[in-house]
Design a protein around this ligand. Structure first.
Ligand SMILES: Cc1cc2nc3c(=O)[nH]c(=O)nc-3n(C[C@H](O)[C@H](O)[C@H](O)COP(=O)(O)OP(=O)(O)OC[C@H]3O[C@@H](n4cnc5c(N)ncnc54)[C@H](O)[C@@H]3O)c2cc1C
Length: 442
């Protein structure tokens, strides 16, 4: 009997892939919802673009057909010596192998009023339902924390004509991740949004509440009062590991795993947002909290559990997101602050929200990574450049092949390359011989 705690992308991917290779009984447990849904699509439910049912990738009969039991219940604790789970309703369940895929939870930093009414994170189905109730008919909201989820919440609230006061701790938007030029592009873009009021270098001190314990405003650490009827807490997320409390499973911020996603206890694995690698992979973080890494960990653990042990080795980092209208992708390693042996080349269009941020090695000119905004680039092409140690010159001269929208480069390509040539005294030509195409066609 294989039991999986968590029906997010990690747990569900593990279950689907185990079923392809094994006839073992599989049960997925979640306290959040019976059926798997796309967490990344929650915002579109609020904005009226889809119903909650539309976020569920599989019809209910899929689970029956694949003999995957679904149980909506909350696991209170794990007794690994008895191979048993204990639920909050007092019931118990045995397992042979256990996969913990319990995801993340929104950060709260002990602010006064953080658990009051009309104060919510934006993570779960229940958060969405609470946000829906709390923001009905209100005029203004405060969002605390300027990352990707904060910007989604801002976009959601603006569609209901709610004035949004957005508190960002640092002096730039998402500046612990984005280099300053990239952060500036987003900040300039946010300025254009009517109804969005940005407060940089501003931290929450407390949530002010009325006699019914409902949020009616916030006070910042600098003593500024902002009135509102809703507070969104989006200051990052942390691994949700409450389920292992009191067990002998080792943890740090997340549940500690090796490259095979094995925890410190026999037959117990951890995957997705809740897992932390004892030894992070080169160029990657110990905790990876994005959709595709959870999916990949689910695939990898399914092989180990079905008898073909496999190590997690996802290759070069990539990610994508949207800041209102601006699409963002990152491939390879672009840090907020350049390392000493790194060089950068940043192209920003004079009037449009388009920016390409290339990073390469100072000495060898080996390409290290790119952040691209306002234009979509092809993942396989960049992956091949990174795998094949392409130089920045090779990348730039062949950039056309990485582009999703060929019109973009008929418009800007020569400008990007000319700027690079001028800045670095180089003579890169556009459309040089396409040596990489042989690789990607295989
Ligand atoms: C609003 C939002 C937008 C996002 N957008 C993007 C994006 O655009 N791109 C991207 O790559 N990533 C995005 N992410 C991150 C991405 O959604 C997560 O990395 C991913 O969903 C994590 O999957 P998971 O399977 O590890 O955990 P989760 O999806 O969190 O699933 C874990 C499940 O386990 C359940 N659970 C936890 N403890 C217990 C227990 N004790 N008993 C029973 N059940 C339990 C939880 O209730 C939950 O249902 C976004 C996240 C949010 C919140």
């Amino acid at each position: 009997m294989i039991v999986i705690i968590g029906n997010g992308i990690s747990g569900v991917t593990a279950a689907r892939n185990i079923r392809k290779k094994s006839d073992d009984a599989i049960t997925i447990i979640s306290s959040e919802s019976k059926y798997f849904f796309s967490r990344t699509a929650l915002m579109y439910v609020y904005m009226g673009h889809m119903t909650f049912e539309h976020t569920q990738p599989y019809e209910p009969h899929f689970w029956e057909k694949n003999r995957i039991e679904l149980l909506q219940n909350h696991v209170e604790s794990i007794e690994s010596n008895k191979k048993e789970l204990r639920f909050s309703d007092g019931s118990k369940m045995k397992y042979d192998s256990l996969i913990i895929a319990t995801g993340s939870k929104p950060n709260k930093f002990g602010w006064k009023g953080q658990d009051s009414k009309r104060v919510h994170g934006m993570y779960s189905k229940q958060d969405l339902e609470n946000i829906e109730k709390s923001t009905k008919g209100i005029a203004s909201a405060v969002i605390v924390g300027g990352g990707l989820i904060g910007i989604e919440l801002a976009e959601m609230l603006l569609t209901r004509n709610i004035e949004v006061h957005f508190l960002v701790r640092d002096n730039g938007f998402w500046s612990e991740v984005l280099p300053s030029q990239d952060s500036q592009l987003i900040m300039d873009h946010l300025e254009k949004h009517h109804g969005l009021r940005m407060y940089y270098e501003t931290e929450l001190d407390e949530v002010v509440t009325n006699e019914n314990d409902e949020a009616i405003g916030v006070i910042t650490k600098a003593g500024r009062k902002i009135e509102c009827q809703f507070v969104g807490l989006t200051a990052g997320v942390s691994p949700n590991i409450a389920v292992i409390e009191g067990s002998s499973i080792e943890s740090n911020r997340g549940i500690l795993v090796d490259r095979f996603l094995r925890t410190s206890e026999a037959d117990i694995y951890a995957i997705g947002d809740c897992a932390e690698f004892r030894e992070p992979l080169p160029g990657r973080r110990p905790i990876e909290q994005v959709w595709y890494t959870g999916k990949f960990m689910g695939e990898v653990v399914s092989e180990t559990i079905t008898g073909s042990p496999r190590q997690y080795n996802p290759g070069h980092w990539f990610n994508s997101a949207k800041f209102f209208e601006i699409e963002y992708q990152t491939y390879g390693d672009v840090r907020a602050i350049l390392a000493e042996d790194e060089e950068e080349f940043v192209y920003r269009h004079a009037t449009e929200d388009v920016l390409l941020h290339f990073v390469f090695e100072k000495e060898s000119h080996k390409f290290i990574g790119i952040n691209n905004f306002g234009i979509r680039m092809r993942h396989p092409v960049f992956n091949d450049w990174l795998l094949n140690n392409a130089t920045i010159e090779e990348v730039l001269s062949n950039l056309k092949s990485a582009n999703f929208d060929p019109e973009f480069y008929t418009k800007y390509e020569s400008e990007v390359v000319a700027e690079f040539n001028q800045k670095f005294g180089a003579s890169v030509a556009v459309n040089a011989p396409k040596w990489w195409q042989k690789i990607i066609s295989h």
